[in-house]
Design a protein around this ligand. Structure first.
Ligand code: BTN
Length: 323
């Protein structure tokens, strides 16, 4: 572990108590001057330390930056998020994660950024991620899975995010099939799953998650302002992003392990508890055209089943859904 990382870990374990320069120096095996330099560097990044003669230093507050060491410091997972690549600005975390995956990065590698300048949405759309406001992250998974089952992982991710919003943030949210998360019918999060595979074998898949956390209405581009929202707008106060990332990873790992061990059925049950689409009249838009009907549910593969007026049930594999 790097000195800076160990230093932060020590301060976090001290839970606001003072640590003397001498003790830190002894435990980390570096000089007191080196420690002072690290502390100054951290202060410049927004960490607040008290320094008191004879008592030493104590960590008063940490900035809301999604630095690798911040994410890793409170991780509750076994394998997701143990390799974190943080960028203040990047074109797209999907592209970076692809690059790392091709170079052999392990499952669970996470790429996270504060600002995306080439964020990708579904169906070739643009995803806006203004600086400091949201979470834009991509997670690398390497499951041994049949190709057609991959969409199930998008559904599984949506469950992890909605359960985080409901149980950790105290905000009600719902999934709009397949990959939108809504609060009060407005979009708060989108998921983009990209696949690298041969005809019968997955090499890896990358799950991209874009969350509007502290975005203010005026930060949304005109074209989405009426249909987008953020956790901050819903809650009426700003939220810290790092604990949200840690919670999502924790829940995602639990669901992923359940899925690998028992298949989609237990995940489907939880998905149904989070979904807004089911039991509603919907309009489906695909590249081939549109159709209206009643959303009956999803099948065991995660495909949406829409009953039309004539009673025929259409299987929808990919579409934009209006409710
Ligand atoms: C959608 O709703 O269309 C999906 C949006 C997905 C956006 C995320 S942000 C992190 C990751 N990097 C990207 O370029 N896109 C995804």
């Amino acid at each position: 572990m790097k000195i800076r990382e160990s230093l932060l870990q020590m301060f976090k374990q001290a839970e606001g108590d003072f640590l003397s320069g001498e003790e830190i120096s002894r435990r980390l095996g570096v000089s007191r001057t080196a420690i002072w330099k690290h502390i100054e560097e951290l202060r410049e990044e927004g960490y607040v330390f008290d320094a008191v003669r004879r008592s030493g230093y104590r960590l008063v507050s940490t900035p809301d930056i999604m630095l690798a060491e911040e994410i890793k410091a409170g991780l509750m997972t076994r394998r997701l998020g143990h390799y974190v690549h943080y960028y203040a600005t990047i074109d797209s975390t999907q592209n970076k994660c692809q690059e790392l995956a091709k170079a052999g990065a392990p499952e669970g590698t996470l790429v996270v950024t504060d600002e995306q300048i080439g964020g990708k949405g579904r169906l070739g759309r643009v995803w806006h991620s203004p600086p400091g406001a949201g979470i834009s992250m991509s997670l690398l998974l390497r499951p041994t899975l049949e190709l057609q089952k991959c969409p199930q992982l998008t559904l599984l991710t949506a469950v992890a995010i909605v359960e985080t919003f409901r149980e950790f943030c105290g905000i009600d949210a719902q999934i709009k099939w397949p990959n939108d998360i809504l609060i009060d019918r407005k979009k708060v999060c989108g998921i983009l799953t990209e696949l690298n595979a041969e005809s019968d074998r997955i090499h890896f898949l990358i799950i991209g998650m874009g969350l509007n956390v502290n975005t203010l209405p005026e930060q949304f581009p005109d074209e989405v302002r009426d249909v987008a929202t953020s956790l901050r707008i819903a809650k009426g106060e700003a939220l810290r992003r790092v604990p949200i990332i840690q919670q999502i990873l924790f829940r995602l790992e639990e669901l992923y392990e359940l899925y690998l061990a028992q298949g989609f059925a237990p995940v489907k049950e939880r998905w149904e508890r989070c979904a807004i689409t089911i039991g509603k009249k919907v309009t489906i838009r695909t590249l081939q055209g549109s159709l209206s009907g009643y959303a009956e549910g999803i099948d065991d593969a995660g495909v949406l089943l829409v009953r039309q007026e004539d009673g025929a049930v259409t299987k929808v594999y990919s579409a934009d859904v209006e409710i």
